[in-house]
Design a protein around this ligand. Sequence first.
Ligand code: KG4
Ligand code: ZN
Length: 333
Amino acid sequence: MKILGIESSCDETAAAVVCDGRKVLSNEISTQIPIHTLYGGVVPEIASRKHVERITQVVDLALRKADVSQKEIDAVAVTYGPGLVGPLLVGVSFAKAFAYANGKPLIGINHISGHISANYIASPELKPPFLCLVVSGGHTHLARVKDYGVYEVLGRTVDDAAGEAFDKVARAIGLGYPGGPKIEKAAREGDKDAIDFPQAKVADHPYDFSFSGLKSAVLNYLNHQKMSGEGISRNDVAASFQKAVVEALTGHVSMALEEFGEKKFALAGGVASNGALREAVRKACEEHGVSFYCPDPILCTDNGAMIAAAGYHEYLKGTRSGLDLNAIPSLSL
Ligand code: KG4
Ligand code: ZN
């Protein structure tokens, strides 16, 4: 079964062909990062236009590299939310046209479910149930994966997503967009114990996350240093901030491992490419005797293969979308 997966929810135009939900035949990603870097973050209108310019080529390339024709595709899976409405609409419209023209089934996929499904590609032996932490630029979810595409959300962020916090702090210390990889690089040269940044707890909701307080603490620190004429070490700020995020995320992971007794744990989303986070969660899993799963960085950030993988399991369950499929920017998991 060959599924074409299409992803355009933010700043990557991506398409992939995946066989039986696990084997990647092609995975084409056209990133817009260099364009949005000029503005310090994603400009939705520019993102939409770039998706329109690139989507046909990206899909053509994915089919060519997989050495399959349009007719040999069994179904088209596309991200229909959550994400930016204009960018989402480009992928959804393209997928509808492709499905209609070729007489193929269309399957709308939740982007967060896509991120989680990247683990099925990275670890062909992985099957639900398992626990999963999805950390990306727009989402932070701790969930129980009860079956393919069936989730129980234990906690989510009440304000900024983890990746958003990385991006905002990177901007504040002049590292630019996207912040995650730049903070990670700077942190390697810094002292993670140099500054004591707080970790917020959400009252009555132990599995929820909050990162806006941490972001404000970093901004206050920078302001204080400036006002008092003391300099800052970007590397120390990056390392201390990264440590606070990693500890907050890992603390929740350990709590869930203890409470639910699940034997498998998976990381997903763009922030899951962070080496410090991967190591800390791997260690927490080891201490609890739990198997740890995490996709390679290229499958952590947005891509079409994860959408095709999620699409395969939806296809088997009989999920089909009509040609009235619409983009839903605030779609929840
Ligand atoms: O999953 P993704 O590509 O897009 C969304 O669905 O949001 O995630 C992008 C986010 C950005 O906020 C980026 O700064 C963050 O993932 N990110 C990282 C790293 N690589 C990407 N954060 C921390 N460390 C990294 N190495
Ligand atoms: Zn994403």
